[in-house]
Design a protein around this ligand. Structure first.
Ligand SMILES: *[C@@H]1O[C@H](CO)[C@@H](O)[C@H](O)[C@H]1NC(C)=O
Length: 237
């Protein structure tokens, strides 16, 4: 019976582990990685960027990806002196982005380690600012990415241009209706015996390189769980 219960636990863990990690996309041959999640309880969007850059990191959305018109973007990073920063901009063409009068994005964490800049930030889904894109369940936007390999953008009125930039080949839905679920897994999906009943903060998302492995692991867990379950059922008969 213990093994039967154990196998059920594995199945649950495997199923709940999916989806809660939100959506992820990778750009620039894996140099720019984004994960995001819609937090239904607070009606907020939470983002994590992992970028192979020591300078500023830019990210945002637009309906019109050509020529930097109407981009809702943030630019953030951590200075060499260790000061984290994040600013909310709107673009009006091929020139330095203009700082929004109202700053709707909030930085939760910025780090720079081994040449990788990581940013955690969030915003309300509806910011009621005409310089931000407002999201509903059907809103589909192109995702913008950019970064400077060296220079920071601590001063939002004067910073150097991107080293590299681009946008998604197709529009993406940002708010994906999620049924509220309970997470029975934990940060470490390999430790099946440790679990807690809470939604992990985005901060627990694995860095870019680990994500692929984590997904594979989830699929593997499901496969193992079903095999185990079948086995247990056969044995108990
Ligand atoms: C959802 O947002 C899009 C723009 O992103 C808008 O065109 C559409 O009317 C909105 N739908 C609802 C139901 O508000």
């Amino acid at each position: 019976m213990i093994s039967n219960r154990f196998s059920v636990l594995i199945v649950l863990t495997a199923c709940f582990n999916h989806g809660l990690d939100g959506s992820t996309l990778s750009f620039d041959n894996g140099n720019f990685h984004v994960s995001w999640r819609y937090e239904k309880d607070h009606d907020e969007l939470h983002f994590e960027l992992n970028v192979k850059a020591e300078g500023w990191v830019g990210f945002g959305f637009t309906f019109t990806p050509k020529k930097m018109n109407n981009y809702d973007v943030i630019i953030g990073g951590k200075t060499r002196a260790g000061t984290p920063y994040l600013n909310d901009f709107f673009t009006v063409g091929l020139t330095t982005p203009v700082l929004d009068l109202r700053q709707s994005y909030m930085l939760d964490m910025a780090s720079k380690q081994d040449g990788i800049t990581t940013l955690h930030f969030h915003r309300p889904r509806i910011t009621s600012d005409s310089e931000d894109i407002q999201f509903n369940m059907t809103t589909s936007v192109f995702i913008l990415w950019a970064y400077n390999k060296i220079d920071d953008a601590r001063d939002p009125s004067s910073f150097s241009k991107h080293s590299r930039k681009g946008y998604s080949s197709e529009p993406h839905r940002i708010v994906i209706e999620a049924i509220p679920t309970v997470d029975v897994s934990s940060q470490d999906s390999t430790k099946l015996t440790t679990f807690h009943l809470s939604t992990p903060p985005l901060a627990t998302l694995k860095p870019a390189k680990a994500l692929g492995f984590q997904l594979n692991l989830s699929t593997m867990t499901i496969a193992i769980a079903f095999t185990l379950n079948l086995f247990v059922q056969l044995v108990l008969k």
